[in-house]
Design a protein around this ligand. Sequence first.
Ligand code: SAM
Length: 320
Amino acid sequence: MQALLDAIAAMPAPVDAGRIFHGRGGRHPGCEQWTLDCYPPVFVLTSFAQASEDDLAAIGAALQARWQQIAPGQSLSWVFQHRGEVLRLAGRSDTRLMAGSVPDPHLVTEDGARYRVHVLKGQNHGLFLDMAAGRRWVRAHVAALRARQGQGARVLNLFAYTCAFSVAALQGGAAQVVNVDMGRGSIATGQHNHRQNGLDAGASFLAHDIFSSWGKITRGGPYDLVIADPPSYQKGSFVATKDYARVLRRLPELLSAGGHALLCLNAPELGVDFLRAQVQEQAPALAFVERVSNPPEFADADENRALKVLVFRNNTEGST
Ligand SMILES: C[S@@+](CC[C@H](N)C(=O)[O-])C[C@H]1O[C@@H](n2cnc3c(N)ncnc32)[C@H](O)[C@@H]1O
Protein backbone atom coordinates (compact mmCIF):
# COMPACT_ATOMS: atom_id res chain seq x y z
CA MET A 1 0.00 0.00 0.00
CA GLN A 2 3.05 2.25 0.32
CA ALA A 3 2.92 3.39 -3.32
CA LEU A 4 -0.65 4.62 -2.78
CA LEU A 5 0.37 6.52 0.36
CA ASP A 6 3.32 8.03 -1.54
CA ALA A 7 1.02 9.15 -4.37
CA ILE A 8 -1.28 10.82 -1.86
CA ALA A 9 1.64 12.59 -0.17
CA ALA A 10 2.80 13.98 -3.54
CA MET A 11 -0.54 14.84 -5.17
CA PRO A 12 -1.08 18.42 -6.28
CA ALA A 13 -4.20 20.40 -5.37
CA PRO A 14 -6.84 18.92 -7.69
CA VAL A 15 -8.53 21.16 -10.24
CA ASP A 16 -9.99 18.89 -12.92
CA ALA A 17 -11.43 15.43 -12.29
CA GLY A 18 -8.76 12.76 -12.70
CA ARG A 19 -7.01 9.65 -11.44
CA ILE A 20 -4.44 10.01 -8.72
CA PHE A 21 -3.38 6.41 -8.23
CA HIS A 22 -3.86 3.53 -10.69
CA GLY A 23 -2.84 0.37 -8.84
CA ARG A 24 -4.98 -1.64 -11.29
CA GLY A 25 -2.41 -0.85 -13.97
CA GLY A 26 -0.02 -3.37 -12.38
CA ARG A 27 2.92 -1.00 -12.12
CA HIS A 28 2.94 -0.99 -8.33
CA PRO A 29 3.34 -4.58 -7.08
CA GLY A 30 1.09 -5.25 -4.10
CA CYS A 31 -1.20 -2.31 -4.90
CA GLU A 32 -3.30 -3.90 -7.66
CA GLN A 33 -6.47 -3.65 -5.60
CA TRP A 34 -6.41 0.15 -5.24
CA THR A 35 -7.43 3.13 -7.32
CA LEU A 36 -7.80 6.70 -6.12
CA ASP A 37 -9.69 9.32 -8.14
CA CYS A 38 -10.62 12.89 -7.51
CA TYR A 39 -13.95 14.33 -8.54
CA PRO A 40 -13.21 17.68 -6.93
CA PRO A 41 -13.82 18.35 -4.14
CA VAL A 42 -14.38 14.64 -3.37
CA PHE A 43 -11.80 11.84 -3.42
CA VAL A 44 -13.01 8.36 -4.36
CA LEU A 45 -10.97 5.39 -3.18
CA THR A 46 -11.87 2.06 -4.77
CA SER A 47 -10.71 -1.36 -3.65
CA PHE A 48 -11.15 -4.39 -5.88
CA ALA A 49 -10.46 -6.74 -2.94
CA GLN A 50 -11.32 -6.87 0.74
CA ALA A 51 -9.81 -3.87 2.57
CA SER A 52 -9.15 -3.86 6.31
CA GLU A 53 -10.32 -1.03 8.55
CA ASP A 54 -6.64 -0.45 9.44
CA ASP A 55 -5.78 0.11 5.76
CA LEU A 56 -8.69 2.51 5.37
CA ALA A 57 -7.65 4.40 8.49
CA ALA A 58 -4.07 4.75 7.18
CA ILE A 59 -5.27 5.98 3.79
CA GLY A 60 -7.74 8.37 5.44
CA ALA A 61 -4.95 9.79 7.62
CA ALA A 62 -2.70 10.27 4.56
CA LEU A 63 -5.49 12.07 2.69
CA GLN A 64 -6.20 14.24 5.71
CA ALA A 65 -2.53 15.20 6.12
CA ARG A 66 -2.08 16.06 2.44
CA TRP A 67 -5.41 17.91 2.27
CA GLN A 68 -4.35 20.18 5.11
CA GLN A 69 -1.27 21.12 3.08
CA ILE A 70 -3.00 21.73 -0.26
CA ALA A 71 -6.35 23.11 0.98
CA PRO A 72 -5.67 24.58 4.41
CA GLY A 73 -8.80 25.28 6.43
CA GLN A 74 -11.09 23.23 4.16
CA SER A 75 -12.62 19.98 5.28
CA LEU A 76 -11.72 16.77 3.48
CA SER A 77 -14.42 14.77 1.68
CA TRP A 78 -13.84 11.21 0.60
CA VAL A 79 -15.80 8.15 -0.41
CA PHE A 80 -14.78 4.50 -0.28
CA GLN A 81 -16.14 1.96 -2.72
CA HIS A 82 -15.56 -1.75 -2.23
CA ARG A 83 -15.75 -3.86 -5.39
CA GLY A 84 -14.38 -7.18 -4.12
CA GLU A 85 -14.71 -10.32 -6.19
CA VAL A 86 -17.92 -11.58 -4.55
CA LEU A 87 -19.67 -8.23 -4.94
CA ARG A 88 -18.27 -7.77 -8.45
CA LEU A 89 -19.61 -11.11 -9.66
CA ALA A 90 -23.01 -10.15 -8.28
CA GLY A 91 -22.72 -6.83 -10.19
CA ARG A 92 -22.77 -4.94 -6.88
CA SER A 93 -20.50 -2.62 -4.95
CA ASP A 94 -20.57 -1.14 -1.49
CA THR A 95 -20.07 2.62 -1.20
CA ARG A 96 -19.61 4.71 1.95
CA LEU A 97 -19.00 8.36 2.65
CA MET A 98 -15.91 8.30 4.90
CA ALA A 99 -15.61 12.02 5.68
CA GLY A 100 -17.11 15.36 4.69
CA SER A 101 -19.94 15.61 2.18
CA VAL A 102 -20.72 15.28 -1.52
CA PRO A 103 -22.18 18.31 -3.34
CA ASP A 104 -25.61 17.86 -4.91
CA PRO A 105 -25.57 18.48 -7.80
CA HIS A 106 -21.92 17.50 -8.09
CA LEU A 107 -20.23 19.15 -11.09
CA VAL A 108 -16.63 18.57 -12.10
CA THR A 109 -14.47 20.06 -14.82
CA GLU A 110 -12.14 18.66 -17.49
CA ASP A 111 -10.40 20.80 -20.09
CA GLY A 112 -12.86 23.63 -19.46
CA ALA A 113 -15.97 21.42 -19.83
CA ARG A 114 -18.35 20.74 -16.94
CA TYR A 115 -19.85 17.34 -16.23
CA ARG A 116 -22.32 16.11 -13.65
CA VAL A 117 -21.17 13.12 -11.59
CA HIS A 118 -22.62 10.93 -8.84
CA VAL A 119 -19.94 9.29 -6.73
CA LEU A 120 -22.23 7.62 -4.18
CA LYS A 121 -24.30 5.75 -6.74
CA GLY A 122 -23.30 2.66 -8.73
CA GLN A 123 -19.90 1.82 -10.17
CA ASN A 124 -19.84 4.31 -13.03
CA HIS A 125 -19.81 7.84 -11.72
CA GLY A 126 -21.03 9.78 -14.78
CA LEU A 127 -17.64 10.54 -16.34
CA PHE A 128 -15.14 7.87 -17.42
CA LEU A 129 -11.84 9.42 -16.37
CA ASP A 130 -9.75 7.02 -18.47
CA MET A 131 -11.41 8.38 -21.64
CA ALA A 132 -10.01 11.91 -21.14
CA ALA A 133 -7.55 11.51 -24.04
CA GLY A 134 -10.35 10.25 -26.28
CA ARG A 135 -12.39 13.38 -25.52
CA ARG A 136 -9.32 15.52 -26.23
CA TRP A 137 -8.80 13.73 -29.54
CA VAL A 138 -12.45 14.30 -30.53
CA ARG A 139 -12.33 18.00 -29.67
CA ALA A 140 -9.10 18.50 -31.64
CA HIS A 141 -10.17 16.37 -34.62
CA VAL A 142 -13.48 18.18 -34.98
CA ALA A 143 -11.77 21.57 -34.66
CA ALA A 144 -9.26 20.59 -37.37
CA LEU A 145 -12.08 19.49 -39.69
CA ARG A 146 -13.85 22.78 -39.17
CA ALA A 147 -10.69 24.71 -39.94
CA ARG A 148 -10.08 22.64 -43.09
CA GLN A 149 -13.63 22.43 -44.45
CA GLY A 150 -15.04 25.70 -43.16
CA GLN A 151 -18.04 23.91 -41.67
CA GLY A 152 -18.79 21.88 -38.59
CA ALA A 153 -18.57 18.08 -38.59
CA ARG A 154 -21.51 15.70 -38.24
CA VAL A 155 -20.83 13.28 -35.43
CA LEU A 156 -22.52 10.06 -34.33
CA ASN A 157 -21.91 9.10 -30.68
CA LEU A 158 -22.92 5.46 -30.17
CA PHE A 159 -23.14 4.12 -26.59
CA ALA A 160 -23.12 7.74 -25.51
CA TYR A 161 -23.77 7.22 -21.76
CA THR A 162 -23.77 10.80 -20.33
CA CYS A 163 -22.68 12.24 -23.70
CA ALA A 164 -19.27 13.57 -22.66
CA PHE A 165 -17.91 12.94 -26.19
CA SER A 166 -20.75 15.07 -27.53
CA VAL A 167 -19.87 17.97 -25.24
CA ALA A 168 -16.23 17.75 -26.40
CA ALA A 169 -17.27 17.56 -30.09
CA LEU A 170 -19.58 20.57 -29.87
CA GLN A 171 -16.92 22.54 -28.01
CA GLY A 172 -14.58 21.65 -30.88
CA GLY A 173 -17.06 23.14 -33.37
CA ALA A 174 -19.18 20.16 -34.51
CA ALA A 175 -22.35 21.18 -36.35
CA GLN A 176 -24.40 18.22 -35.22
CA VAL A 177 -24.03 15.31 -32.80
CA VAL A 178 -26.45 12.39 -32.61
CA ASN A 179 -26.18 10.63 -29.22
CA VAL A 180 -27.55 7.10 -28.80
CA ASP A 181 -27.76 5.12 -25.58
CA MET A 182 -30.34 2.74 -24.15
CA GLY A 183 -30.00 4.23 -20.66
CA ARG A 184 -32.70 6.89 -20.29
CA GLY A 185 -31.18 8.24 -17.08
CA SER A 186 -27.74 8.53 -18.73
CA ILE A 187 -29.19 10.36 -21.70
CA ALA A 188 -31.02 12.75 -19.32
CA THR A 189 -27.69 13.46 -17.58
CA GLY A 190 -26.19 13.97 -21.04
CA GLN A 191 -28.79 16.64 -21.82
CA HIS A 192 -28.01 18.28 -18.50
CA ASN A 193 -24.28 18.21 -19.36
CA HIS A 194 -24.98 20.08 -22.59
CA ARG A 195 -26.98 22.76 -20.74
CA GLN A 196 -24.22 23.09 -18.13
CA ASN A 197 -21.83 23.95 -20.94
CA GLY A 198 -24.16 26.38 -22.68
CA LEU A 199 -24.53 24.00 -25.63
CA ASP A 200 -28.19 24.50 -26.44
CA ALA A 201 -28.08 23.60 -30.13
CA GLY A 202 -26.54 20.92 -32.29
CA ALA A 203 -27.10 17.78 -30.20
CA SER A 204 -29.90 15.24 -30.49
CA PHE A 205 -30.54 12.39 -28.07
CA LEU A 206 -31.93 8.95 -28.83
CA ALA A 207 -32.67 6.74 -25.82
CA HIS A 208 -32.88 3.37 -27.46
CA ASP A 209 -31.20 0.01 -28.01
CA ILE A 210 -28.86 0.38 -30.96
CA PHE A 211 -29.71 -3.10 -32.20
CA SER A 212 -33.48 -2.54 -32.12
CA SER A 213 -33.39 -0.22 -35.14
CA TRP A 214 -30.77 1.61 -37.16
CA GLY A 215 -33.32 3.69 -39.12
CA LYS A 216 -33.13 6.94 -37.16
CA ILE A 217 -29.38 6.60 -36.74
CA THR A 218 -28.76 6.05 -40.45
CA ARG A 219 -31.13 8.86 -41.48
CA GLY A 220 -29.01 11.40 -39.58
CA GLY A 221 -25.91 10.46 -41.63
CA PRO A 222 -23.58 10.18 -43.29
CA TYR A 223 -21.30 11.26 -40.47
CA ASP A 224 -17.79 12.70 -40.58
CA LEU A 225 -17.01 10.99 -37.29
CA VAL A 226 -18.59 7.91 -35.70
CA ILE A 227 -17.67 7.14 -32.10
CA ALA A 228 -18.40 3.68 -30.69
CA ASP A 229 -17.60 3.11 -27.02
CA PRO A 230 -19.60 0.04 -26.00
CA PRO A 231 -19.36 -1.86 -22.73
CA SER A 232 -17.16 -4.96 -22.91
CA TYR A 233 -19.93 -7.08 -21.43
CA GLN A 234 -23.43 -6.00 -20.49
CA LYS A 235 -25.76 -8.96 -20.12
CA GLY A 236 -28.57 -8.88 -22.65
CA SER A 237 -27.36 -5.63 -24.29
CA PHE A 238 -23.82 -5.96 -25.58
CA VAL A 239 -21.15 -8.64 -25.54
CA ALA A 240 -18.03 -7.40 -27.34
CA THR A 241 -16.97 -10.76 -28.73
CA LYS A 242 -20.20 -11.20 -30.67
CA ASP A 243 -21.82 -7.73 -30.89
CA TYR A 244 -18.93 -5.44 -31.88
CA ALA A 245 -19.04 -6.99 -35.35
CA ARG A 246 -22.72 -5.94 -35.67
CA VAL A 247 -21.71 -2.30 -35.11
CA LEU A 248 -18.64 -2.43 -37.33
CA ARG A 249 -20.47 -3.75 -40.38
CA ARG A 250 -22.69 -0.63 -40.27
CA LEU A 251 -19.77 1.78 -40.46
CA PRO A 252 -19.35 1.98 -44.25
CA GLU A 253 -22.91 3.26 -44.71
CA LEU A 254 -22.77 5.52 -41.65
CA LEU A 255 -19.49 7.23 -42.57
CA SER A 256 -18.90 9.86 -45.21
CA ALA A 257 -16.08 9.18 -47.67
CA GLY A 258 -12.91 10.05 -45.80
CA GLY A 259 -14.80 10.07 -42.49
CA HIS A 260 -13.26 8.69 -39.32
CA ALA A 261 -14.33 6.15 -36.71
CA LEU A 262 -13.13 6.25 -33.11
CA LEU A 263 -13.54 2.71 -31.79
CA CYS A 264 -13.10 1.98 -28.10
CA LEU A 265 -12.76 -1.25 -26.19
CA ASN A 266 -12.20 -1.69 -22.48
CA ALA A 267 -11.83 -5.44 -22.08
CA PRO A 268 -8.44 -6.57 -20.69
CA GLU A 269 -8.79 -9.99 -22.31
CA LEU A 270 -9.36 -8.52 -25.81
CA GLY A 271 -6.33 -6.74 -27.20
CA VAL A 272 -5.76 -4.29 -30.05
CA ASP A 273 -5.50 -7.20 -32.49
CA PHE A 274 -9.06 -8.31 -31.71
CA LEU A 275 -10.53 -4.95 -32.71
CA ARG A 276 -8.29 -4.50 -35.75
CA ALA A 277 -9.13 -7.99 -37.01
CA GLN A 278 -12.85 -7.37 -36.51
CA VAL A 279 -12.65 -4.12 -38.50
CA GLN A 280 -10.69 -5.85 -41.24
CA GLU A 281 -13.37 -8.53 -41.45
CA GLN A 282 -16.52 -6.41 -41.14
CA ALA A 283 -15.48 -3.10 -42.73
CA PRO A 284 -12.34 -3.65 -44.85
CA ALA A 285 -12.60 -0.19 -46.40
CA LEU A 286 -11.63 1.28 -43.06
CA ALA A 287 -7.89 1.80 -42.64
CA PHE A 288 -6.21 1.91 -39.25
CA VAL A 289 -4.80 5.36 -38.50
CA GLU A 290 -3.59 5.40 -34.90
CA ARG A 291 -4.12 4.37 -31.31
CA VAL A 292 -4.91 7.29 -28.99
CA SER A 293 -2.60 7.02 -25.96
CA ASN A 294 -4.28 6.69 -22.60
CA PRO A 295 -3.74 9.53 -20.10
CA PRO A 296 -0.34 9.11 -18.39
CA GLU A 297 -2.01 8.63 -14.99
CA PHE A 298 -3.58 5.43 -16.41
CA ALA A 299 -0.24 3.93 -17.51
CA ASP A 300 -0.46 0.14 -17.50
CA ALA A 301 2.18 -2.57 -17.25
CA ASP A 302 0.51 -4.19 -20.26
CA GLU A 303 -0.87 -1.66 -22.76
CA ASN A 304 -2.72 -4.44 -24.57
CA ARG A 305 -4.88 -5.01 -21.50
CA ALA A 306 -5.51 -1.29 -20.97
CA LEU A 307 -8.28 0.74 -22.58
CA LYS A 308 -8.06 0.68 -26.38
CA VAL A 309 -9.05 3.82 -28.35
CA LEU A 310 -8.39 3.31 -32.06
CA VAL A 311 -8.86 5.67 -35.01
CA PHE A 312 -9.84 4.38 -38.48
CA ARG A 313 -10.45 6.22 -41.75
CA ASN A 314 -13.07 5.35 -44.32
CA ASN A 315 -11.13 4.89 -47.55
CA THR A 316 -14.06 4.11 -49.81
CA GLU A 317 -14.12 5.38 -53.38
CA GLY A 318 -14.35 9.14 -53.57
CA SER A 319 -12.57 9.67 -50.25
CA THR A 320 -10.62 12.87 -49.98
C1 SAM B 1 -18.77 2.34 -21.68
S1 SAM B 1 -20.32 3.13 -21.56
C2 SAM B 1 -20.13 4.42 -22.71
C3 SAM B 1 -19.28 5.56 -22.20
C4 SAM B 1 -19.39 6.83 -23.00
N1 SAM B 1 -19.03 6.64 -24.39
C5 SAM B 1 -18.57 7.95 -22.40
O1 SAM B 1 -17.64 8.42 -23.04
O2 SAM B 1 -18.86 8.35 -21.27
C6 SAM B 1 -21.38 2.00 -22.41
C7 SAM B 1 -22.81 2.47 -22.62
O3 SAM B 1 -23.40 1.60 -23.58
C8 SAM B 1 -24.79 1.55 -23.33
N2 SAM B 1 -25.32 0.38 -24.04
C9 SAM B 1 -25.02 -0.92 -23.85
N3 SAM B 1 -25.64 -1.70 -24.76
C10 SAM B 1 -26.38 -0.87 -25.55
C11 SAM B 1 -27.23 -1.07 -26.67
N4 SAM B 1 -27.44 -2.29 -27.16
N5 SAM B 1 -27.81 0.01 -27.23
C12 SAM B 1 -27.58 1.26 -26.74
N6 SAM B 1 -26.78 1.51 -25.69
C13 SAM B 1 -26.17 0.46 -25.10
C14 SAM B 1 -24.90 1.53 -21.83
O4 SAM B 1 -26.18 2.01 -21.45
C15 SAM B 1 -23.74 2.45 -21.42
O5 SAM B 1 -24.19 3.75 -21.16
